[in-house]
Design a protein around this ligand. Structure first.
Ligand code: NAP
Length: 506
């Protein structure tokens, strides 16, 4: 039998090695809190940028902003970087900051259970157990692919893959391919597959808004300036940041402000497609911004190709050799690509976390709705910090900015707990409730809730549990310091406490 003494202990255990986990590692080192380990189920850093290797994968936020503020990259080749450049950047930063010796790749966290008697997390992984004072869950919001619930899909006899699990050796040349979905992933995949495949069927359930992509390669003068004049790159970053922040009112105050973007999207359709019937099929019928706004210059021209059909009849079933729609038509295919998104309103890691009262976090979320305090901490789950937690997602700007804010908050908590001799912290229930009441009050008037669409932003009760309804600057200010006054804290020397004893000021 393994005793607690045999189990390796670490102060901070980080789950996930994407942008969030890597940032946490770097910032813990900088704060002198180097007793940490990063557990990653994949075989490399990168998270979503390691996993999404489908053809055409690129970021919708310019890389000058979609990168760490502390690690500018003079090597970006163009304004919107393709996936391989982003993945190479993440790998380079990990090496530059010399953190990889504390990363355990190919290891899955099976369960993290809070042990009240020792005020520690007991973490079971596929490669042995750990105990940890603090757990940082940086598992990302878009990491668990969601397969569509379509009758017969398991009977398909050809090749089938999810957009986020694109096989390295996939060769679609000359094949009959179907893509299900017209979200951010699909509209990047379709233009590439359209030129390779013999025939492509695109199954659209809801027509998305697609605005033009202001993408261009950087000139050699710009690249030289980025390399030798860091202030130039800072100015680009600041300009992009301010430009993106200016979108916020259209999402949260009045969607009529987005009228110019709507006009640009409708012009994008007219530019890319001549056939009036196809134009009509791709014209969205909800407010711009309600779902993720997509950007592409290549999507509509791809749909207009002879070899591509946009199918808007509802899918009835997948058969061994094709896809059958409700009108009884079966279209035969060799390859089925499902670009149907991710599990978002139910963080998959929550199924593996058991809190102070023995309640699984997923069960707690199922009852209370997915929610946290400052997107970071949850009452009943001491010393657990989320990076990209509930209500921290964005429809307009860089998640890396939000990640840096949340990491600063978690690292300040680790430092504060050590300095003040605190063993455990968790948000005061009333504070957490007030935070979420305020969020949901703000959500009421946002385009996400009022724009007439269904999206992955909302849970099954219609609550927006994924997005941040204010500016990213406000979030940065609110997470700049670990606010001990809003937490219940247990002193390091204290014996195990009853719930009544828990309110000890930090
Ligand atoms: P998504 O936005 O959730 O889109 C899923 C698509 O599949 C939607 O068109 C959806 O239709 C359709 N779908 C789902 N189930 C279906 C079913 N049973 N039958 C028919 N259609 C079905 O997923 P995603 O495109 O992978 O993107 C997810 C998020 O990842 C994005 O919102 C974005 O935040 C991020 N992302 C970013 C980039 C980038 O920066 N360039 C690229 C890819 C992804 P409905 O619209 O009708 O639900």
């Amino acid at each position: 039998m393994t005793t607690t003494q045999d189990i390796p202990h670490v102060h901070t255990l980080v789950i996930g090695a994407g942008f969030g986990g890597l940032c946490t590692a770097i910032k813990l080192d900088e704060a002198g809190e180097s007793d940490y380990v990063v557990i990653e189920q994949g075989d490399d850093v990168g998270g979503t940028w390691r996993d999404n290797t489908y053809p055409g994968a690129a970021c919708d936020v310019p890389s000058q902003l979609y990168s760490f503020s502390f690690a500018p990259n003079p090597r970006w080749s163009r304004s919107f970087s393709p996936q391989p450049e982003i993945q190479a950047y993440i790998q380079r930063v990990a090496e530059q900051y010399a953190v990889l010796d504390r990363f355990r790749f190919g290891t899955t966290v099976e369960e993290a259970r809070w042990d009240e008697s020792s005020s520690r997390w007991h973490v079971r992984t596929s490669d042995g157990d750990w105990t940890a004072d603090v757990v940082v869950a940086a598992t990302g919001a878009l990491s668990a692919p969601k397969l569509p619930d379509i009758e017969g899909i398991e009977s398909f006899a050809g090749e089938l893959f999810h957009s986020a699990r694109w096989p390295r050796d996939a060769d679609l040349t000359g094949k009959r391919v179907a893509v299900i979905g017209t979200g951010a992933s699909a509209i990047q995949i379709v233009p590439d597959v359209a030129v390779r495949a013999g025939h492509l069927d695109v199954y659209q359930r809801t027509a998305p808004w697609v605005i033009p992509r202001a993408d261009r390669p950087y000139t050699s003068i710009e690249k030289l300036a980025f390399k030798h004049l860091p202030l130039v790159q800072k100015a680009y970053r600041a300009g992009i940041y301010l430009g993106r922040e200016s979108y916020v009112p259209a999402f949260v105050l009045d969607s009529r402000i987005a009228a110019p973007a709507k006009r640009a999207a409708l012009a994008n359709i007219r530019r890319g497609i001549e056939d009036p019937e196809l134009r009509e099929k791709v014209t969205p019928h909800f407010e711009l911004g309600c779902k993720r706004v997509l950007i592409s210059n290549a999507y509509y021209p791809a749909l207009a190709r002879e070899s591509v059909d946009l199918v808007t009849d509802r899918i009835q079933a997948v058969t061994p050799h094709g896809v059958r729609t409700v009108d009884g038509t079966e279209r035969e295919i060799d390859v089925l690509v499902v670009a149907t998104g991710f599990y978002t309103s139910d963080l998959p890691i929550a199924h593996r976390v058991v809190g102070r009262d023995g309640v699984r976090l997923s069960d707690h979320f199922a009852e209370a709705g997915m929610q946290a305090y400052k997107g970071s901490t949850v009452h009943g789950y001491p010393n657990l910090f989320f990076v990209v937690g509930p209500n921290t997602g964005l429809g307009h700007s860089s998640m890396v900015f939000m990640i840096e804010s949340q990491v600063a908050y978690a690292v300040d908590a680790v430092r504060t707990m050590r300095e003040r001799g605190v063993a455990a912290v968790e948000p005061v229930p009333d504070v957490q409730r007030a935070w979420n009441d305020d969020l949901q009050r703000r959500m009421k008037r946002t385009v996400w809730n009022t724009g007439g669409c269904s999206s992955w932003y909302l849970d099954e009760h219609g609550r927006n549990v994924t997005l941040w309804p204010r500016t990213t600057y406000t979030f940065r200010k609110l997470t700049a310091r670990f606010d001990t006054e809003n937490y219940d804290a247990v002193p390091a020397t204290a014996p195990a406490l009853t719930p009544q004893d828990r309110k000890v000021s930090a």
